[in-house]
Every structure is written in C-alpha cells, then in structure tokens.
Ligand binder design. Structure first.
Ligand SMILES: *Cc1c(COP(=O)(O)O)cnc(C)c1O
Length: 801
C-alpha cells in the first residue's frame, strides 16, 4: 500500500504541478460527500476504499457532463466533418487521472481528498484498466482518442471482470439501439436485392466521455453491446423449444462478450467475423442516421443527397478488422438507399481510408468464402461484384497480365477460397497508410509518421520549468531542451528525476511483487507482447551471456543491471508461453547465484498493461526495441520510452528509424541487420547452426538452455525452443547476436558515465517532437480526411453544484 504523504511531500507535489484549480476544494469535498451518501448509499463508518474511489470518480465525472453536452451542441451547430475511427480495440487504461489532468482538477482533488483524510493515489489504484486491447494497435487507438479526438469513435465492447463493480464513466444509450442482421439469404426482386430470413441481434451503445486537454471539448467513444431482441427465437418455440430459445439468447449476446486475445495473429473464427460485422453494421447505421439528422443535412422535405456524405464523414479503418465497412456501406447505399452502383462506389471510396498495421503474413485477415456465404451472403455478393469490376479495370490496364490479376484479386483461390481483407481495404479506400515510414515504404505507400500520446506517460519526467507547460500541447517545444544539454544543473535535474522514478518503481515492485531490486543498477526494460518477431529470445541470450561473463570474471567492474521483461502471451501461442517460462527460469538461476549478487537481476513482469506501462516506462534507463528489421510496423512503446528519458537499444525497424533520425543516430544504440541485409540473408538462406558453431559464447548459452541448466528439474523443457532457434527461426535471432552483444557492451560502458548518459537522454527527449499523437492526428486530418486540424476551445460550462 502507498504510504500516506507527509505535508512536505504534498507541498512538493503542489509546487511541481502548480496551484491552478485549488480554489474548487470546498465544492469538491461537498460533492464527494454527496456522492458517497446519495450515489453509493454509504456513510464513512462503512465505506470501503472502493466506495471512496467511486465517490471521487463521480465527483470528477460531474465536471465532464456540462462539457460533454456542450460539445455535442457545438458540433450540431457547426456541423463539421466528423471522423469515425473504427477499431475492434481501444486500449484505454484508467480514466480518473487522465480526466483530472485534462480538466485541470488534479491539484484540487488531491487537496480535497487530503482534507478528507484520504490518499488520492491509493484511490486511483483501485480503478481497473479498461483493457479493450492487446498491444500497440489498440493502444494507438486509445492514444489517438485521448490525444485530440474529433468526435464519435465506435467499437465492439467489453469483456473481462473489468466491469465487475460497474463502470462510472460510461452511459448506456438504449434509445439508439440498432438491429444487426446475420445469416439468411439473398432475394432478387423487382424492387432490388433483399437480404431476408436473417437473425437479428440488437446493438446497444455505451458512450464514454473522452475529454480533450483543457479545451472544454469532450468527445465520445461509443462501444456496442449485443442484446437479444425480446422475441428472439421465441416465435417458433414449442414446449421443449422455450428453454432452448432462452439459452440461445445468451449465445446471441456472446458477440460482444470477449475480445480475441491475439496480437498480430489472425484466428479465423466465426464469432470474430460476427464481432467485426456487428461493430461495422451498428456504426454505419449510426453514421447515416446522424448524417440525415444533421442541421444542414436533409429534412423530410428535402431529399437527402448522399453524394455529400464524404464531405461530412470520414471513416478510418484501424487495420482490416473493420473492413466490412466497405461492403456494408455499399449495401446500405445500393440496396436500402437505392443509389446506383457507380455512384455508391465513389461515395464509399471517398469516405473510407485504411491504416495497415503489420506485414506479418500470419496476421493478415483472409476469411474463407464459405463462412461469408453462410453468415453474410449479401456481403459476399457485393465483394464479388467489387472484385469483378476491379479485375476488369486491371486487365484493361495490363492486358494479358494474368499473374498480376491473380496477385491483386480480392479472392484467393486454393483448397479453401478466401477473401483477402487487406486487398478489399486498399481497393475501397482513397488513402492507405502504414504506421511508420519504413513500414509505409514496405507496403509501398505514402509515409505518415508515428504516434505517441504525450500526456499519458509524461507525468513525471519533464516538470522542469525550463520550457514551460507548452510542451504538453506542442512537443516540438522539446527541441528547446537542446539549449540546456551542456548545463550541469539541468543535467543533474534530469538525472535526479529519473532516479526518483526508479526508486518509486522499486518500491512498487517490492510492495506488489515482493522483489527487491537495486535502484542504482541500470533498469534494462523490454515490455511488449511476447512474440517471436519481437525477439525476447535475443534478450535472453544477452542475459545468459552476461551471466556467464560475470561467472568467469567475478572480480571485474561489471555495470549492474536489472533486466525486466514483461508482456502477455496470447493463450493459444505455445512458443510465446515457453519464452515466458524461459525468462522466469533464467531468473531463478541468475537471481539466486551468490557470485552474481545484485549485479544482475532478471525479473518477469506479469500482467503488463497500460497502468504498469505508465509506472515502468518513466523508470527505465534502457529500452529494448530489438525486432528483426522489417517486422515491426512501427511500435509505439519505443517512442514512449524515448520521451520518458530512456535510451534505446534497437534495430533499424519500425519507428526506431525515425527516432534515430530525430535524435541523431549517435544518440541511440543501433545494431544488427537492416531490412536489405535481412532480405539478402533470406536469398542466401539463413543457417542458424553456422552461427552456433562459429560463436563460442552463443554456443555456450544455447547449450545451457538445451541441456537444462536453467530447468534442472525438467532438463528437456526448452528443447522445442532450441530446435526452433536452430532450425526454423523466421526471425533470425542468431544472425544479430554478436552485434547485439557488442552494442550492449557500449551501453554498459556509457552507463558508467552518468553525465554523458544523461546528455544522450536529453538529446533523445529533445528529438521527440515528431512523435506526438496531436501531430499524427493533424497529419491524418490534412492528408487523409481533407480537413484543417483545429486547436479550438469552447467555453467552459458552470461548475456542477
Ligand atoms: C505501448 C504499449 C504497447 C505497445 O508496445 P510495443 O513495444 O510498441 O509493442 C503494448 N501494450 C501496452 C500496455 C502499451 O502501453
């Protein structure tokens, strides 16, 4: 448990955060007590910590309400173009602190809770993460949303025991419930095509407010929950059928019950396809309804011209997961609104844009045609028609080039006929982008830069008053830090803040994980999903090498390291689970070896999620970004570490490339193969065994893993892992081993010189301007959505009473 703050601690906090907003304290206390009494129906004798958290959350939420309503009114009056960010994941983390910061209520709430004898940080820790995401793709959606979103962002909704105690932030909107159809058959009538005999599931929207940073704008994240209709299957029940019909209701409601836990992996399950269509169908109805109801749209007297849809609506597809938006919008326009095909297709293309997140083949969505035929027969027809016209155009452009036609078809022939969803997105969008330049180059498209939410992680490091508060709005201001890179006092300040963050994280680890670490050791951190391409195994080989070196020369001045690796493995990904097992096994041996002492510790961080990211990233000295070049589309973790004063050891992959460009390559620890080296090695044939035979320390490490050195009670435990590394490693771990180890030696050497280390840190922080989510959004706005990004503010409403 966090210990209560002393008055001195509190004065320090207030002086760091500034005093703005403290005048609300009395009102906040009144409202807190009112919620405890009326909302939670508790008095202070029986209230739990969770009750206090809810009272505080409700008190803060009250400050959102007026702004939220006003924002909607403002948009209705102005009728601006609206951007709909369609995603199957929104990895949001916690809401309370972000809301307080964005509404400038943090100091006042801190003071109010203090005066009530409570510890605000302890209350904040009660909030569960909104874990509607797996990794970077979902987190990016969350960050862009928090960053500076422009309106309604829908998504499939909740799973998890996250909601066991209720969610104070969301509001159900049953009045906007929408039917979503599945199965059935297609009927061609004189009145056009009809999709009939379908099963209906209702989509119930839940809205979560998303406040902008001190601009009084509160946008909406709209999540959809599946509800069975009242008469679900009940019309055809007989005596025995009634029970089944009631049970089937649950089946229908399962659509929104779970989030598939894969990151960068396509699992072609029918339930997943249902989820994807469910989000898309509910959202598109919502979009068309809002378009028709807009002030400058049609009334019942003016016939609505849907060809103006792209002037008012932009749909951004977060990977191919919501790709069905393309055929669904076609269906609504052609079948329901009776727009001719060519005109409808033009509207769809001008409305939709697609962001690609990966080039790993196992991640690409390719749905069997049979599944579609059964679940979404009308959409299959529409996709076939889109493809027919698409291939017709290609064969006109490249007559006789059957190879190209096969390559570019939306339908892949083979044992199982499949729909290539990435191709569908490319054909049905006016803009396609990757998430980092190298990735965009790889997918042969225009570049758009990377993405970091500047507020969420940057709570600790940069309150240095040197560059004022402007950096929060405009990360380019960070460049000004370069003026102080030789200022000894500033260097000391930066180092001191990092040290404080490390102490704080060490205390957290001790309290929650019962492990003691040496806070003056280098915190060497790799946190991200466990995946072969991210190469946690390369990190493991370095750890083992370091261990063996210390054992060989125990009296040498080794730079002490605490190596922390964290991340979840998808439940069905056996190799990833074995990698975790290897990390903990290495830890068991290394951490208990008296010769090593506290010069090397290996810790696996369980349950890595947004909340833990926000704790560990500000405490990290070294950020491990070591994927095989050409495999990480961008990464977002890499930028978060950079902004928070960690140095990067990494390959020239994803956004590392642009980070090196911005900070100067000499200020990162870059090693290993470049993309063209990987391609060359592929041509030649990668032979892991030859590295094993040639490099003695590599051989020793691999032999130790294979021989059970780290798993004495189960010597053969890691034989599959070793077999993979030696004989079918798609990600070429051994090829980068030697350069990685040499690079790590440079890291250790520099760490011995705190001043030079910190100067390099300052160069890195100063180079972060390019990676703000505000900038990313602005670029999307100009280059994809055809609108001017605005930094507008609206007037604040009265404070709640
Ligand atoms: C940033 C972030 C990620 C993405 O990390 P990468 O290193 O880019 O893979 C994943 N999970 C959480 C909780 C994050 O905050």
């Amino acid at each position: 448990m966090a210990k209560p703050l002393t008055d001195q601690d509190r004065r320090k906090q207030i002086s760091v955060r500034g005093l703005a907003g403290v005048e609300n304290v009395a009102d906040l206390k009144t409202n807190f007590n009112r919620h405890l009494h009326f909302t939670l129906v508790k008095d202070r004798n029986v209230a739990t910590k969770r009750d206090y958290y809810f009272a505080l959350a409700n008190t803060v939420r009250d400050h959102l309400v007026g702004r939220w309503i006003r924002t909607q009114q403002h948009y209705y009056e102005k009728d601006p173009k609206r951007v709909y960010y369609l995603s199957l994941e929104f990895y949001m983390g916690r809401t309370l602190q972000n809301t307080m910061v964005n509404l400038a209520l943090e100091n006042a709430c801190d003071e109010a809770t203090y005066q009530l004898g409570l510890d605000m940080e302890e209350l904040q820790d009660i909030e569960e993460d909104a874990g509607l995401g797996n990794g970077g793709l979902g987190r990016l959606a969350g960050e862009l949303l928090i960053g500076r979103c422009h309106l309604v962002f829908p998504q499939v909704e909740e799973a998890d025991d996250w909601l066991r105690y209720g969610n104070p932030w969301e509001k159900a909107r049953p009045e906007y419930m929408r039917p979503v159809h599945f199965y059935g058959r297609v009927e061609h009538t004189a009145d056009g095509v009809k999709w009939v005999d379908t099963q209906v599931v209702l989509a119930l929207p839940y809205d979560t407010p998303v406040p902008g940073y001190r601009n009084n704008i509160v946008n909406t994240m709209r999540l959809w929950s599946a509800k069975a209709p009242c008469d679900f299957n009940l019309k055809d029940f007989n005596v025995g059928g009634y029970i089944q019909a009631v049970l089937d209701r649950n089946l229908a409601e399962n659509i929104s019950r779970v989030l598939y836990p894969n990151d960068n992996f396509f699992e072609g399950k029918e339930l997943r396809l249902k989820q994807e269509y469910f989000v898309v169908a509910a959202t598109l109805q919502d979009i068309i309804r809002r378009f028709k109801a807009s002030k400058f749209g049609s009334t019942e007297f003016v016939r609505l011209d849907l060809s103006t849809l792209p002037d008012k609506v932009a749909i951004q597809l977060n990977d191919t997961h919501p790709a069905l938006a393309i055929p669904e919008l076609m269906r609504l326009l052609v079948d329901i609104e009776k727009v001719p095909w060519e005109k409808a297709w033009d509207i769809v293309i001008r409305t939709c844009a697609y962001t690609n997140h990966t080039v790993l083949p196992e991640a690409l969505e390719r749905w069997p045609v049979d599944l579609f035929q059964n679940l979404l027969p009308r959409h299959l027809d529409i996709i076939y028609e889109i493809n027919r016209r698409h291939l017709e155009r290609i064969s006109k452009l490249y007559p006789g080039d059957t190879d190209r036609i096969c390559r570019m078809s939306l339908i892949e022939e083979g044992d199982v006929k499949k729909i290539n969803m990435a191709h569908l997105c490319i054909v049905g969008s006016h803009a396609v982008n990757g998430v980092a330049r190298i990735h965009s180059d790889i997918i042969k498209n225009t570049a758009l830069a990377g993405h970091v939410q500047p507020r969420s992680c940057l709570t600790h490091l940069l309150n240095l008053q040197k560059i004022g508060e402007d950096y929060i709005r405009d990360l380019d201001q960070l460049k000004k830090l370069l003026d102080f890179v030789n200022d000894d006092a500033f260097i000391r300040d930066v180092a001191k803040i990092k040290q404080e963050n490390k102490m704080k994280f060490a205390a957290h680890l001790e309290a929650h994980y019962k492990v003691k670490i040496n806070p003056s050791s280098m915190f060497d951190v790799q946190v991200k999903r466990i995946h072969e391409y991210k190469r946690q195994l390369l990190n493991c080989l370095h750890i083992i090498t370091l261990y063996n070196r210390i054992k060989n020369e125990p009296n040498k001045q080794w730079t002490p390291r605490t190596i922390m690796i964290g991340g979840k493995a998808a439940p069905g990904y056996h190799t990833a689970k074995m990698i975790i097992k290897l990390i903990t096994s290495i830890g068991d041996i290394v951490n208990n070896d008296p010769v090593v002492g506290d010069r090397l510790k290996v810790i696996f961080l369980e349950n890595y999620r947004v909340t833990l990211a926000e704790k560990i990233i500000p405490a990290a000295d070294l950020s491990e970004q070591i994927s095989t070049a050409g495999t990480e589309a961008s990464g977002t973790g890499n930028m978060k570490f950079m902004l928070n004063g960690a140095l990067t050891i990494g390959t020239m992959d994803g956004a590392n490339v642009e980070m090196a460009e911005e900070a100067g390559e000499e200020n990162l620890f870059i090693f290993g193969m470049r993309v063209h080296d990987v391609e060359a090695l592929d041509k030649k044939g990668y032979d892991a065994v030859s590295y094993y035979n040639r490099v003695p320390e590599l051989k020793q490490a691999v032999d130790q893993i294979a021989g059970g050195f780290f798993s004495p009670s189960q010597p053969g435990l890691f034989k599959d892992l070793v077999n993979m590394l030696m004989h079918h490693d798609r990600f070429k771990v051994f090829a980068d081993y030697e350069d990685y180890i040499r690079c790590q030696e440079r890291v250790s050497a520099l760490y011995k010189n705190p001043k030079e280390w910190t100067k390099m840190v300052i160069h890195n922080i100063a180079g972060c301007g390019k990676f703000s989510s505000d900038r990313t959004i602005s670029e999307y706005a100009r280059e994809i959505w055809g609108m001017e990004p605005s930094l507008e503010k609206i007037a604040a409403p009265d404070a709640p009473r």
